[in-house]
Design a protein around this ligand. Structure first.
Ligand code: DGY
Length: 322
């Protein structure tokens, strides 16, 4: 019996590629260069299963081309699926899976990294040392703010939001508030956690960290009004998706001192970054590293393998989307 074919758009960690190749006829993107829309459409059409990731834009054209060819399943490498036209997939009866759970810790750790880098001015300090501009210890040098005991507002209290709440509360004694589209009865497992509207949360928080999925409902959920409610001493952290923040309003808040700083791992239209963000003061900018641990990236690949194998066997998908 022939093995199902699978189209992988980017290189994966070796262990995950090997696990996939043990069960499928795989076409890898050998040089790992981003694929054009034409190459994506061809790859989708020529394989039973497509395994794209966040750096591929899988619009209706690609899904339609896949459906007109051989594509019967999309097994996304990653938890976020805002780069895939899910309605087009559903219209063709093409199931979509993702990789929840296995990148929770990695992404939560990175959100805490950004919080600490901001309030302790670690990015500025590192740049100063590397530029050979450090003139020595002095009481007023690069003085930041404490993180311990401060108030954290989480927008999107799913797996990653809860993991951030847990770290912040139990590791740093922070008070945690959150905004979420559905009720979280146990407050995410952190005692005293309070639900608030986005504006209330922004007004009451020293750090606002975004962990919601990018959907039409969350588009620029951190907007001019929400940023305007924040304290000039407060920080924004985004490890979710660029679309959940109004970047123009964020730049304005940074330039006018409306907020103290922003730590960003994700951007609208990445990998291009709005030059105004690059030029804005008090930012820490990372290149979408949330899930970038060896452990998480291998586990993400294994999730794709498990979902694709279930599909090939006619079993329910472990991680269906929608
Ligand atoms: C995800 O999984 O959605 C990350 O943002 C990419 O790894």
């Amino acid at each position: 019996m022939t093995r199902p074919s699978i189209f992988v758009t980017r290189r994966w960690p070796q262990a995950a590629e090997e696990a996939l190749a043990a069960h499928f006829d795989v076409t890898f993107n050998k040089d790992d260069a981003p694929l054009s829309q034409d190459a994506l459409a061809e790859g989708f059409a020529a394989h039973d299963i497509a395994a794209p990731t966040v750096s591929d834009s899988i619009g209706a054209d690609i899904v339609n081309a896949g459906a007109a060819g051989k594509c019967r399943m999309i097994a996304n490498y990653g938890v976020g699926v805002n780069h895939i036209d899910l309605a087009a997939a559903a219209a063709h009866g093409i199931p979509v899976s993702n990789t929840p759970g296995v990148l929770t810790d990695a992404t939560a750790d990175l959100a805490l990294t950004l919080m600490l880098m901001l309030c302790r001015r670690a990015g500025e300090g590192e740049r100063e040392v590397r530029a050979g501009a450090w003139s020595g210890w002095r009481p007023t040098h690069l003085v930041g703010q404490a993180m311990t005991g401060k108030r954290l507002g989480i927008i999107g209290m799913g797996r990653i939001g809860k993991a951030v709440a847990h770290r912040a509360h139990f590791g740093f004694g922070m008070e945690v508030g959150f905004h979420n589209r559905s009720a979280i009865p146990d407050g995410g497992g952190v005692n005293g956690t309070q639900y608030a509207s986005v504006a209330e949360l922004c007004a009451a928080s020293d750090f606002v960290s975004l962990h919601c999925a990018a959907t039409p409902d969350t588009f620029q959920i951190l907007d001019e009004a929400a940023l305007g409610a924040m304290s000039p001493d407060a920080y924004v952290v985004n490890t979710a998706r660029g679309d959940v923040v109004d970047e123009a309003a964020l730049v304005a808040a940074l330039e006018t001192g409306g907020i103290a700083g922003a730590g960003l791992d994700v951007y609208q239209g990445e990998p291009a970054i709005n030059p105004a963000i690059m030029a804005a003061p008090n930012t820490v900018l990372l290149p979408h590293l949330g899930s970038a641990t060896r452990e998480a990236r291998v586990a993400m690949g294994m999730k794709v393998v498990a979902n694709a194998r279930a599909f090939a066997a006619g079993d329910p998908l472990p991680d269906p989307v929608g």
